[in-house]
Design a protein around this ligand. Sequence first.
Ligand SMILES: [Ca+2]
Ligand SMILES: [Zn+2]
Length: 433
Amino acid sequence: MKYFLLILLFIFLINCSKDSDDSGESLVVSSLEKNSNQNLSNESSTTQLTVNDFDGDGVADNLDYYPYNPYKVIDDWGQYVDKYPTVFTANDITEINRLGLEEDLKLAADYFGKYEVEWWAVGREINAMLELASDWCDRRIERGQLWYYDELKNDLVRLKNICMTQTAHPHASLEWNGNKNTGGTFFTSDLSSFEGWMEEYRKIGLNLPSGSANAGMVRNSGYTATQSSIPFQYDPSTHPAGYDWITKEEHSTMVFHEYYHITQAQNVMATKEIVDETGNTVRPEYGPTAFSEGPANYISQYLIRELSNIGTYKASTKANSNLKDLMKGDMEKVQEMFKGCLDFKLEELNYGNPCDPYMFGQWAAAYLTNKVGNMYVFHDVFWPKINEMTFVGAFEDTFDMTYDQLNSEFRDFLKLPIEEQLKIIPDINFSSN
Ligand SMILES: [Ca+2]
Ligand SMILES: [Zn+2]
């Protein structure tokens, strides 16, 4: 009878993990499961299933794809989930800003599909950040998602303190490190020059209207946690003085930009990572920087306007910016930069390159979408082919040319008069309806 019950629980848990993924629902079920399993294993020491099941999810470590994550037993990368992205905001972010962010994320998820996504928005106050950092660390530890987890898995208090420093340094306690704020430790070679990621975003928020985000895909740990500075554009009371031109559309476009990265990453199953020459850890099959940032910029600018015309995105009354005007201004910047890199190769323009991968990539995305006559070609046609054909293979198959051919054609295109160049950009603005 006990054995039968355990089998039932086991099957239920597998289904639950598959179907509802990381939802709150499965959270409750899993912790119930955990208790039941513990009780059962206490009563019956002959049970095989709970032996070497570190995370207590009923699946033995060697069969558990994420043996430290009780919420996952398989590699579910690329799968849709039932739940909208989960938003975590510091408590000094206003309700209006939080709701604006949530609404835009829902719209992006409705458009591209619901993936398992967390969005962490840091505010401007230190105590609010520390509270958010605590939630962040609890969540990462509960899911075994810190790379130093294995080493510290039997001392979760110490693990949390280390995580707090990794997240919020220099504002978190260093007691765990003997109050030493120099030297190397788990996540840095030198604490004295280290800043936690939340602190970096908090400081960006102190300098409004600056803003920043990174999409936060961690393919090998099976999670995506977008990290961002304070969303302030939705709530007029939080606009910095003297910046009357600020619109919520700016932030909405950023949400679409990040979700575009997330969607692309979910289309790429490859797990191999390398450290590129800029020190970034990247997955080669995710493709070169200009080919991810460029389309993320261009397509999000296009889509937010398109959805405004369809009526699913409610533009503000201040929103008035034609895509052609935006791209014209950016072409002027590209022309300035082009002088310094006449023989550029798009696939080599990395972050920090004076020939900016965002700007060059954005116009290259316009060039490519126009060439095949399909604004949706990246997400509808190209990315779904990457797993089978590799990134380069899928690129060549989709656009019927090599990188070299594109580079040569695109360099010629950049020498055309601006009126000619702007012909390939759709004439689209926000709808004031
Ligand atoms: Ca397990
Ligand atoms: Zn980006």
